[in-house]
Design a binder for this molecule. Structure first.
Ligand code: AP5
Length: 212
């Protein structure tokens, strides 16, 4: 495992999860996705999951102290990682200060494009794999290619919740982009291209930053 520490930023639907998985594999580092961690808790109906669901289903952020504790616990066991969906507030960014993040990647996407993308997303109810009816459709209608599970719409991919998630991103998370810009470790990537094209540009820029 490598020791690179990378955070992926961007509005809902920008492609953070898709690109984080590719980057983690390429650089041989762990992929930590706070949305996936919370959805797993929701699925298992743990006390945390039940509390988080109320926030997630209406597009609000889970409180900082809750998510910071979860992430700190995960990162304590790792040398290198790509963080997807964290930090999302300045308080969360400050909580990472002791770790010396190497690169922050901001994937950019317009509001119109992300609404279209998220409205077309389907996820496997069983294994959680992501599909997109426009760009990444399954081989068989609403059936997971990997495990045969049923594909469903994520509960926070309803139009009014997508709109709220975008507003919350603008208010709470856009300042995090400026936080990393001021540190001189921010890379900005245009997300409105094919997945592989976004990945190749991101990888090139990340490698340059890691070598500097
Ligand atoms: P989370 O799961 O992190 O949701 P999000 O940030 O809104 O991001 P998404 O998963 O919707 O999108 P993405 O950018 O990862 O894009 P993806 O690759 O999936 O968080 C959910 C909720 O949990 C939050 O709202 C909050 O309540 C809570 N939470 C999580 N972290 C938190 C934190 N730190 N603090 C507090 N609360 C927190 O792609 C989207 C779709 O587009 C897919 O269908 C994909 O196939 C497709 N796609 C991807 N790339 C492309 C491309 N280049 N071209 C065409 N289609 C593409």
């Amino acid at each position: 495992m490598n020791a690179h520490k990378i955070v992926l930023l961007g509005p809902p639907g920008a492609g953070k999860g898709t690109q984080a998985a590719l980057l983690a594999k390429e650089l041989n580092i762990a992929h930590i996705a706070t949305g996936d961690i919370l959805r797993e808790e929701v699925k298992r109906a743990t006390p945390l999951g039940r509390a988080a669901k109320a926030y997630m289903d209406c597009g609000e952020l889970v409180p900082d102290n809750v998510i910071i504790n979860i992430v700190k616990g995960k990162l304590a066991q790792l040398d290198g990682f790509v963080l997807d969906g964290f930090p999302r507030t300045l308080k969360q960014a400050q909580a990472l200060e002791g770790l010396k993040i190497d690169v922050a990647v901001n994937i950019k996407l317009s509001r119109e494009e992300l609404i279209e993308r998220l409205s077309a997303r389907r996820v496997c109810q069983h294994c959680g794999r992501n599909y997109n009816l426009r760009s990444e459709p399954p081989g068989r209608d609403l059936i997971c290619d990997g495990c045969g599970g049923h594909l469903i719409t994520r509960s926070d991919d309803q139009p009014e919740v997508i709109a709220r998630r975008y507003d919350v991103y603008q208010q709470e998370s856009a300042p995090v982009v400026e936080f990393y810009r001021k540190k001189g470790i921010l890379i900005e990537i245009e997300g409105n291209r094919a997945i592989e094209a976004v990945f190749q540009e991101m990888l090139r820029s990340v490698q340059i930053q890691l070598a500097s």
